[in-house]
Design a binder for this molecule. Sequence first.
Ligand SMILES: [Zn+2]
Ligand SMILES: [Zn+2]
Length: 367
Amino acid sequence: MTTANAAVLRTAGAAPRIETVTIDAPRADEVLVEMRGVGICHTDMVMRDGHLPVPLPVVLGHEGSGVVRAVGSDVSDLMVGDHVVLSFMSCSHCPSCDEKAPAYCHSWVPLNFFGARADGSTALTDAGGAPVHSHVFGQSSFATHAVVNRRNAVKVSEDLPIELLGPLGCGIQTGAGAVLKACHVRAGSSVAVIGVGAVGLSAVMAAGIAGAGTIAAIDVNPARLDLAIELGATHVLRSGDDFAALAAEAGCPAGFDYIIDTTGIASLVNAAILALAPRGEIALVGAYAPGTEVRADTTHVMSAGRVIRGVVEGSADPQTFIPELIEYHRAGRFPFDRLVEWFRFDEISEAFAAAESGRVVKPILRF
Ligand SMILES: [Zn+2]
Ligand SMILES: [Zn+2]
């Protein structure tokens, strides 16, 4: 058992408050991680506001990174002192996990949103002795320490600042993977990214890595469009309903080869589908409200081989993709640190507010 400070959410919509909790020792297939940094992702707000099936009280946080402090008896490939980035959880034995597609694990929702291990147990107890839900995205990393499954800890090299790397586990992997792993963007093609927050800007950088000829960033926030240009966008466009006009403005009168929607706004998706080139593909990456419908003319989709694709976590396998992104970063091709602003752990409320106002693209809490 370890004592930790954790940001506990007790009321949907309220700010999490830092409390002292105890954490169970890691089980046979788990490790204890001392957190050094944790990013704030849009999904943390969605969970805080009760729009996902996350039970309370709970510790959120799912872009953690830190140092292994204890390993369970069955863990042979991680050691005390290893640097790890924490990503999402998957089951290891369903048809998707068997084919190294853990983002589409058949148990994805319970393993990531139900605030417990697969057997329903939690690792956290509050000062009054009551259980607190843990293991959100397998980690619950808004805390000085977390017990996580070996499967969602990705070992990384130790020469980079570990506190920077947590967002590779969700938001940044999501945007970059949509381009590189889900759509397999072709060199010379055209890519439009709708919404250039952390996910969208990661998609912009990845489109550059893929060698896209046109990279159009579409948003309403001028500061973010400026940053998109610095990160490789060839065109920046003010978001509007007429995507065909936006495509023409970007020099793509036949439409875009790829459109990455990070906004989760169905009306934008429905309009964007009309601006897909023949064989064009739209990736749905945003947080769409349940029940939201995509509307598309079946002939428009069928007749030119267009594709409407759902994407979770960039379709990535974190164990291989996160080290790949770190190599791009090291080579100067993926400067995701440009998105980051630092906050202390006890400034978690300010960090949430900075993310929600749009002032900061990617807040990271540093311990
Ligand atoms: Zn699975
Ligand atoms: Zn996330």
